[in-house]
Ligand binder design. Structure first.
Ligand code: DHB
Ligand code: MG
Length: 219
């Protein structure tokens, strides 16, 4: 795996050039015993570019953690754009808010603390405007529910990206019924079955080992 870590770091050095606030936030996490489960720099910039390609003004993120992907997404936005990011853990939501304030991105980000599915239901009841892009990265067993609810906050053209869908290759192993595996498996099966979206999935390798994401566009 070292070869792919080294190669990813080399790609980062050449292509990513993340700004100081992003580096500071991810360096701070490395000095704690919190997990390094944020997206890689290359994936962060991929999300940023995807949001730009989509011309996204309203982005919804499920799972803020300390705000690393949130900041990449916020940096993609025009001045009247917004990222609404949902985070169940109050500690993480506070850490993210601090990082976002320090990055000067607070006018482009709204972090809402609470259970993502419950907050999605609230946004639906409140008739929130549809989002241009939705990044699903929260509780893996809940991915099928997140998808169902996300589609109610979408419109034709909405880009939906789901993180961490490779799960060490265990999805095709139907004897594996752990909640994370069944959640992500059902999420992908739903994407394949739904008439309303066109989807693909890309496997990746890099500093986070083998991983992957789904990409969908609402018809
Ligand atoms: C985990 C969650 C993530 O969102 C991620 O990117 C990597 C790992 C986890 O729960 O282990
Ligand atoms: Mg993730």
């Amino acid at each position: 795996m070292e070869i792919w870590t080294n190669n990813d770091l080399w790609l980062h050095k050449n292509l990513i050039k993340e700004d100081a606030a992003l580096t500071k936030a991810s360096d701070a996490i490395k000095n704690t015993n919190l997990p390094q489960m944020e997206v890689s720099p290359a994936m962060g910039k991929f999300l940023y570019l995807l949001a730009k390609i989509a011309g996204a003004k309203r982005i919804l993120e499920l799972g803020t953690y300390y705000g690393y992907s949130t900041m990449w997404l916020a940096k993609s936005l025009p001045c009247d754009g917004i990222v609404i990011s949902l985070e169940s853990c109050a500690l993480f939501a506070d850490m993210a808010q601090e990082n976002i304030n320090e990055a000067g991105l607070s006018d482009k980000v709204s972090i809402i603390q609470g259970d993502a599915a419950a907050l999605l239901k609230k946004l639906i009841v409140e008739k929130a405007d549809p989002f241009d892009m939705i990044f699903i990265d929260a509780h893996k067993p809940s991915y099928p529910e997140y998808l169902e609810l996300s589609l109610l906050l979408s419109k034709p053209g909405t880009v939906i990206c789901g993180d961490n869908v490779v799960r060490e290759g265990e999805l095709p192993n139907i004897s594996n019924t752990s909640p994370i595996i069944t959640g992500v498996r059902e999420f992908i099966e739903a994407l394949g079955t739904l008439e309303s979206v066109e989807s693909t999935a890309i496997q990746t390798v890099g500093i986070k080992g083998y991983d992957g994401f789904t990409l969908s566009v609402v018809k």
